[in-house]
Design a protein around this ligand. Structure first.
Ligand code: GTB
Length: 213
């Protein structure tokens, strides 16, 4: 069945792969499913037609037959459940992979988003100079815990899974901050994710869209 996702008509990051359609593209590439992309402007995202698909007026969305989904965690989980390649067959290992997906979006991503907000959207506020080191501390604490758990392992729990796909996607948002490099094993973990052929295809596809004439 045809799969259609939505993405920014022009991502504010100019194609650095940080918008969340990249993780959905990556998941589809990992399982070998082709997909189409409908590009939407910021204005179109807030119009009734898009709000029917995404109540919060955001991208990405996912359509497949009469199924319409939003939220990248739910979309990647759906892809992993329908196609081989992202979730282990063993029931316990599968539950643990899903646990890492939740950990990525629910425990690791929030302080990272706090930092993005503090640095980019509130960087000119009078409290920014005091707030940024505080939020950096929250991010460091999470990275330290994650780094300890990952140790010398290649992936979070055995073979690469949707849990790693979500975690690497979340950590990539830290690249510009330099914090990731303080944790050598996490920096190497992210680099391993980026080196996967499926990630490269996903990245290249969104780059092409965002750098077209
Ligand atoms: N929890 C949702 C999910 O995981 O699907 C979050 C979806 C979301 O935040 N979508 C953003 C969006 O549509 C795009 S990805 N924003 C428009 C709006 O809310 O009006 C977030 C994002 C945007 C830009 C960059 N960037 O330029 O670096 C990075 C990430």
């Amino acid at each position: 069945m045809k799969i259609t996702i939505t993405a920014f008509d022009r991502s504010p990051d100019g194609g650095r792969g940080l918008a969340r359609d990249t993780r959905v593209r990556w998941a589809l590439e990992e399982v070998g499913q082709s997909y189409e992309v409908r590009l939407v402007t910021f204005d179109a995202m807030k119009q009734p037609a898009h709000l029917l698909l995404h109540p919060f007026g955001q991208i990405p969305t996912y359509e497949e037959g009469d199924l319409a989904l939003f939220e990248t965690g739910a979309i990647v989980l759906h892809i992993g459940e329908r196609h081989a390649g992202l979730l282990p067959n063993d029931a316990n290992a599968r539950s643990r992979a899903i646990m890492w997906m939740f950990a990525a979006v629910n425990t690791v991503e929030p302080p990272i988003l706090e930092l993005v907000t503090a640095r980019i959207f509130e960087g000119d506020k009078p409290w920014a100079k005091e707030r940024i080191p505080l939020v950096m501390g929250h991010v460091r604490e999470r990275l330290k815990q994650l780094s300890t758990r990952l140790g010398d392992s290649e992936w979070l729990d055995g073979a690469f899974s949707a849990g790693d796909l979500m975690m690497v996607s979340v950590l990539l948002r830290l690249r510009a901050s330099g914090i990731l490099e303080e944790f050598q094993n996490l920096a190497a973990y992210v680099a391993r994710g980026e080196a996967r052929p499926a990630y490269k295809r996903a990245f290249d596809a969104q780059w092409a869209v965002n750098n077209r004439n």
